[in-house]
Design a protein around this ligand. Structure first.
Ligand SMILES: Cc1ncc(COP(=O)(O)O)c(C=O)c1O
Length: 395
């Protein structure tokens, strides 16, 4: 059978491939500590699980409206008002099969063939592939460590051409953990307004923030941004619900209506009883989220200390649950006689020493690797002992 050119051009998800490799090595009896997880290592809280059981008992197992259950859309509107100061009507909300589907449908609705989409690097690799699948042209803008890998207004302006339609923004960011300040967003918003750009703002890690800085949505910066931003969010990371596949977006009315039409021919509604449980999650106990956040923060601090002890540089993350670790000093060194030429080699050789990490290459940062701290503390401790011994073996 012929495989389409579009499908042929899509690479496999490296995170999923590495996760599969780790599983395979474990099943062969090897001891591997995986810093690869893109999901909390906590179970979904009981009260949310019970709510899904209740939905099943009540027979909530049929189609829902394509854009989601009305009660869930109301809960999402309330969340946007409470957390972001953004007032939306339920008709502006679309619930999808995970934030990934929300993102894809939003890009599909906003991007014509040949349209340019600016993606600040390092970035979550799905953005680039989704833009390509939708016929757009990803324009990758390298950001700088001195700006904590956040795109500046002048970097954005320099990347704009008469074909640019969209900026993909991710705060807090996967993989760097960078969190944009209100001032930085205000400056970016001015450039967007000047050039008539729309923004897709992925805020899935909004609730996982450490330190004093607050999360701000670019949609709340000005009336122009409210009218030209699609905000993406979901329950996956905040409530440890990655398998439930519930993401959502808020958009200007005509955009939401276009996305609704697109989704009506792709996935249709998201799972009915997962939607029901998401109402409980969104209306529920914030202390559960807070206790997970605190655990991540503890691990984040521990990992920074271990990296400092090894004199390894990293981007201090203010959000999400990833450490972006600079491996520049190890590139060119050899492990068992094999030269490390970049992040792929580093990650491969480290796996032989019992630790799995995600190479920076697919994030557009080949001198970095990403370590998740959505990992149990005892594994982090042992993982760092192994990293220390791996590094001592490099010549
Ligand atoms: C930045 C970012 N956006 C979106 C998603 C997808 O979330 P979901 O599991 O809800 O599809 C992820 C998952 O890793 C992510 O890292």
């Amino acid at each position: 059978m012929k495989i389409s050119k579009k499908a042929q051009s899509v690479p496999a998800s490296m995170t999923l491939e590495i996760t599969a490799k780790v599983k395979q090595l474990k099943s062969e009896g090897k001891s591997i500590i995986g810093f690869t997880a893109g999901e909390p290592n906590f179970d979904t809280p009981d009260y949310i699980v019970n709510s899904a059981k209740e939905a099943l008992d009540k027979g909530i197992t049929k189609y829902t409206p394509v854009a989601g259950m009305p009660e869930l859309k109301v809960a999402i509107c309330n969340k946007f008002e409470k957390d972001n100061g953004l007032i939306y009507e339920p008709s502006q909300i679309i619930v999808s099969n995970g934030a990934k589907a929300s993102l894809y449908h939003a890009v599909y609705a906003l991007c014509d063939d040949g349209d340019e989409v600016i993606i600040p690097a390092p970035f979550w690799f799905t953005y680039e592939e989704q833009v390509k699948l939708c016929g757009g042209v990803p324009v990758i803008v390298e950001t700088k460590p001195e700006n904590e890998y956040k795109i500046t207004a002048s970097e954005l302006e320099n990347a704009i051409t008469d074909k640019t339609v969209l900026l993909m923004l991710n705060s807090p960011c996967n993989p760097t953990g960078a969190l944009y300040t209100e001032q930085e967003l205000t400056e970016l918003a001015k450039v967007c307004e000047k050039h008539g750009l729309a923004v897709i703002s992925d805020e899935i890690y909004e609730k996982l923030i450490y330190g004093e800085q607050k999360h701000v949505s670019i949609a709340s910066i000005s009336s122009y941004m409210k009218e030209n931003t699609v905000v993406i969010n979901g329950v996956s990371k905040t409530y440890a619900m990655t398998g439930w596949r519930i993401g959502y977006l808020a958009a200007p009315k005509q955009v939401a209506s276009a996305i609704n039409r697109v989704q009506g021919h792709t996935t249709s509604n998201a799972c009915s009883f997962a939607q029901y449980a998401s109402i409980t999650a969104l209306n529920g106990k914030e202390d559960v989220v807070e206790s997970m956040r605190k655990a991540f923060d503890e691990r984040r601090k521990y990992m920074m200390k271990r990296l400092d002890d090894l004199s390894i540089k990293y981007v201090e993350p203010n959000g999400a649950f990833y450490m972006f670790v600079d491996i520049t000093p190890f590139i060119g060194k050899a492990y068992n006689g094999n030269v490390i030429s970049g992040s792929m080699d580093f990650a491969n050789f480290l796996t032989e020493c019992g630790v799995a990490v995600i190479p920076g290459l697919p994030f557009h940062a080949d001198s970095y690797v990403r370590l998740s701290y959505a990992v149990a503390m005892e594994d982090i401790e042992e993982g760092f002992n192994r990293i220390a011994s791996f590094i001592s073996m490099l010549k």
